[in-house]
Design a protein around this ligand. Structure first.
Ligand SMILES: [Zn+2]
Length: 453
């Protein structure tokens, strides 16, 4: 997952340290009141406990294998280990080769069954390259461990797998239709993006719900039902080059730099007050000879104070909360670009990126089911994270395909994307039970409390 900077440093350690004991205490209290769980659900919970040390051992093994996105062999090794696990649960598995989009590829596992289809989403890669000093799982104390990808998101991959194992042990998996997609390039998506996300979007078709196992905001009392989309744009303006003494005349007009400034100023005036809508011009070059490199993160510009600039380039991002907000913002941005200053042109191009995951009624219903499962298990309520604190993630690619989507069902902790990435291991069985009971209720009529919507 790619987190917005605001979410970092919100002292997740304090949150996790506060939360886990209270969740654990509640669980102990609740274990005395199993009536809110069906017999099958109680057996699922028992299976999770029985397999917890095996789950932890698998997590250690996966974290100790470097799978930075560019390390294709490492991504594949992690994929192969998980593939064997899904094979042992009766899934049909395959590796989707990533050559067409310049990445390692993806693991896809499918378990056929008569139930409504659910999609499980994870990723195999991490942000840590083989050259990073951060390479191994290190236990810090009984309940805390540090390691590359331990929460983002090898912990989540293991949680989903062991939730399915518990469902199998309880005899529930047989009738379940589940598709699991673990992408190998979530941290740095391949291109073309459409090809890189084809396996995921194909798997989403016909699914009633998509469950993402990212680590979320580090607070296990929360889950994600909306994420802002993140696309990029490039503004290109041109002007009529001339001696600067001629600027503003009818013949030569305003020049490319004023035109770019006008557009950005209007973007700000007309669009900067909408909630959850942000657009950031990250780089600008203007003058008589300008260029931006292919990654749009560096550019060159040459020009003279006595020469009217004939070109300018601006590159930025656009983050929105819903497809409607995105379409509206793009419409207004294009309208602004069309009202050019004299003797100038302006062109705006949008590039593919992460689509928005809006907080739909379906996502809210799924959260209510997850909250219910958590309460019935004795782990307390779960509420939605504010989308401005939830970065972009792969669930966003299917959020407009499936009727219900949720994310952040993975392992909580803090400081992902840094060498301080730390997991709260007490949450491993908690999150696994929550996910397993949710999956059970999504696929089985007769489970307790509003099953199979
Ligand atoms: Zn992630």
């Amino acid at each position: 997952m790619r987190l917005p900077s605001v979410a970092r440093g919100l002292a997740p350690l304090a949150i996790a340290a506060l939360v886990a004991p209270s969740i654990a205490t509640q669980a102990r209290a609740q274990s005395k009141a199993p009536e809110r769980l069906s017999a099958t659900e109680r057996s699922i919970a028992r299976s999770v406990d029985a397999h917890n040390s095996a789950a932890l051992a698998l997590l250690v093994r996966l974290v100790d294998i470097n799978s930075g996105t560019t390390n294709h062999a490492g991504v594949r090794r992690v994929g192969d280990i998980l593939r064997t696990q899904f094979d042992s649960l009766g899934f049909t598995t395959r590796w989707v080769d990533g050559a067409a989009f310049h990445r390692a590829g993806h693991l896809v596992a499918e378990h056929p069954g008569p139930s409504p289809k659910i999609l499980v989403i994870g990723h195999l890669d991490t942000v840590f390259d083989p050259s990073s000093p951060f390479q191994k799982f290190v236990k810090l104390d009984d309940s805390t461990a540090r390691g590359p990808g331990v929460i983002d998101m090898k912990g989540g991959d293991v949680i989903a797998l062991y939730a399915l194992r518990a469902l199998k042990d309880a005899g529930a998996l047989d009738s379940m239709h589940v598709v699991v997609v673990y992408d190998g390039d979530e941290e740095d998506a391949g291109s073309p993006l459409g090809a890189a996300r084809q396996a995921l979007t194909d798997a989403a078709h016909g699914a009633t719900a998509a469950l993402g196992f990212e680590d979320g905001a580090g607070d296990p009392r929360t889950a994600v039902i909306s994420r802002r989309g993140d696309i990029s744009w490039t503004l290109t303006t041109t002007g009529h080059t001339a001696h600067s003494s001629q600027i503003f005349t009818k013949e030569y007009g305003a020049g490319a730099i004023y035109e770019a400034a006008r557009v950005l100023d209007q973007f700000y005036r007309q669009l900067s007050t909408q909630r959850y809508l942000t657009f950031n011009p990250g780089i600008i070059v203007g003058g008589t000879a300008v260029s931006l490199d292919s990654t749009q993160s560096a550019g060159t510009a040459a020009g003279k104070t006595n020469v009217v600039a004939d070109s300018a380039l601006v590159s930025g991002d656009l983050r929105t909360l819903s497809p409607a907000q995105l379409a509206d913002a793009q419409r207004i941005m294009k309208q602004i670009v069309a009202q050019t200053l004299p003797m100038t042109t302006a062109h705006l191009e949008f590039a593919d990126g992460y689509p928005p995951m809006a907080p739909t009624a379906g996502n809210k219903r799924l959260l209510a089911m997850y909250d219910r499962a958590s309460r019935d298990l004795g782990f307390g309520p779960v509420v939605a994270v504010d989308p401005s604190r939830a970065g972009a993630a792969d669930v966003s690619f299917v959020a407009n395909i499936v009727p219900m989507a949720i994310d952040a069902l993975g392992l909580s902790g803090h400081d992902d994307h840094s060498e301080q990435e730390t997991a709260d291991l007490r949450m491993l069985p908690v999150q696994t039970k929550r996910a397993a009971v949710l999956m059970y209720r999504l696929t089985h009529a007769g489970g307790t409390h509003d099953a199979v919507p």
